[in-house]
Design a protein around this ligand. Sequence first.
Ligand code: ADP
Length: 829
Amino acid sequence: MVTIRLALSALAVSLGYYLGANLGFILWFPPAMPSVMWPPNAILTATLLLTPPRRWWIYLLAAFPAHLVAELGVVWPASLVLALFATNCSEALLAAVLVRRFSDAPGRFDTLPRIGAFVLGAGILAPFLSSFLDAGAVATLRGEFYGTVWRARFLSNVLTELTLVPALAILVTAAPAWFRRAPWRRHAEALILGFALLVSGIVVFTSSDFAAIPGIPRSPLAFLLPLLLWAAVRFGPGGASLTLLGTVLVAISAVTHGYGPFGDLPARDSIHALQILLIVMAIPLMCLAAVIEERRRAEQALGERLRFEALLSRLSAAFVHLPSHEMDEAFETWLKRLGEYLGLDRLILLRVSGNGWSVTVSHSWTAPGAPAAPSGEPCLSNGTNWRQLLRDEPLPAPGRSDLVIPLVAGGRLLGGLVFDGGARPQRSATLPGPEFRLLAEVFAGVLARKETEDALRASEVMKSAILTSLNTGVAVLDRDGRIVAVNESWTRLTREDGAMTDVGVDRNYLQVCQRRAAQGMAAANEVLAGIQAVLAGSEPSFAFDYAAGAPPAERWFAVAAVPLNRPEGGAVVSQADVTERKRAEAEAQRNRQELAHFTRVSTMGELTASLAHELSQPLSGILTNAQAAQRLLRMPSPDLVELRDVLADIVDDDKRAADVIQRLRDLLRKSELSRKPFELNGMIHEVVRLLGSDAVIRNVTCMLELHPEPVFVIGDRVQLQQVVLNLLLNAMEAIGESDDGNRCIVVRTGSELGAIHVAVQDAGPGLTDGAERRIFEPFYTTKPAGMGMGLSIARSIIQAHGGLIWATRNPERGATFHLALPVNGQVPA
Ligand code: ADP
């Protein structure tokens, strides 16, 4: 197909060359060389300007036989004919090379730089240089005068190049489209112009009798100017070059026949005068036409751009507030609108999947009658694979009908816009790169927003799934406490709670709490204050447990609130049924007390000797006094005063024994944790007294360094007594192990730094490395018969009182155990 086209065009060039040469001969004044106009060179120049350099040799070769046929028929010798072909070719080649060097579009004459390059390169320089060769050949081979030949050839070739080359190039390239597309009014105008030019040309150049201006015998050349200007202004470079060519042909045929404004001059001079005149007219006219064309195109491009920008702004306005789920429909509409506007076959929106290089068609529009998209690997209708385009071409090549603009937002490739123009010329080709960039930016922005909104919606649908699956009730409050949203568990729990049944969406949670508080629900007051504090930002969070209903159907609920991290404020309130947890806690507490009681009982076992000794004293006192009383009563006149004393002693001893038993009963009593204020020093005295006999047996002294003032503690006296008892027993056991002379225990009480301190210091073997912590763990013991529960229970008792217990190693020997208890029940720092 390409070869046939090439062969046909070569044939056309050959024919053109032959006809051109013959026309040249018609315009020839023998014997002088050369002709007034010599078209073959201009025909070759136009051909070379319109074809790629790699094919030039074909056209030059095609012209050769035409040259031989045309010129060998004339009387010239073969050597001259060959030399002239060489000079003709040299002119065309010089012209083509020079114009190509300086013009961005060698076959076009529609801007000032392009016409400038043409006039200078093809119009002046090429004829100027090649004429030296030509004149040399003619002068050598025909003996003509070099200077005369050079001048004649130069002028004739300048005129031909200037007038014929643009006319030919425009006729071949732009004229067919103009004839097809231009409205009939333009055709009519062109016809009128052509006719007017012909008439004026004939009048100006041929009529020697017709005097348009009285007194002046010939019509002036200026008569032609308005028509040439008309052509240049209204029909651009094409119109200008064709009218110039017409004028030149009329003028030359007139002059060669002895007519025209220069009729009085000798033939050669009048021809040169005409050539110079026409050259001088042609150059500014061509420039004028080019400038006007340039303006017109700039105006057109501006108009096109404005229309496109208006379309773009409508496009971005259409998407700016569009929620992502409505975008699909809008994409369809806008792809159609843009595709129609740009005159495309197809406009396709591609999406690139998140991580990989996977491209899918997101939306597409196909013009009615355009070929359907090929199946399989996505391709443009001309076969180009768009993955390739997306990868290789970051920006569209202007003027191409198949282009893919990558859609990039935030440095990430989101997709592409495929402009498939098919085979038809379309509007997108006239739009410059920046316009496409804008279009790409709008689409990329929309895609990025859609992606974000879709991801957000997807995450919300997850989020809501989590909320639904939660057993905990969750309610979202706005800044004023109004419930904005709740999950299913919230509705269920507030129903089960019984107190908060009407707490649903749109209700004000704070008002509900206020009402419940007014109805006497104490917990509502706490919840109200806590949530108000979170909403106001004065507290980072709030948590509170409350009981609803009465035992045994008592239910426990935990309510918590955290602020919502958003500018408009608000809070998330959660409510959970913690009845099971509360039951487990109560059970654990009961178990702890059982264990504490058990250890107390077993401690008492250890104190048997001491207790027996404590009791034996008053009992033996009672026995002795009772026997004395019996003796007194057996006397005939008993001494009643002595008897009263003896009985009083018996009562005292009995009281003492009862006291011992009462203290034992207190310790062995199984009771719930109570919190009452009691005096600490007194309690310690009591424990030391209870251990008194034991201490004697173990040969241990107990020194008390108690706070001089009474020290009051709030808590369970029996349980704290158990702790002190335990510490003293451990201390005595530790001293029992050591053979050192110091067998003293020091018990101190004091009050400092907002806490009440008790310290039990011994001079036993002390604690091994790292034992300070481990001794408080359950079942940690170093004694063969020990259980390892004493200190662990002591710790849980102290912690239940909000206090702390710890052990330190003494600087010299032994260990000291410390208790810190809150003053007035408050936790020490
Ligand atoms: P038990 O007395 O049954 O071993 P405890 O919990 O009362 O259980 O004590 C745990 C361990 O702590 C003891 O076995 C002992 O090793 C260590 N301990 C307790 N008091 C002292 C003390 N005053 N001096 C040295 N070690 C002690």
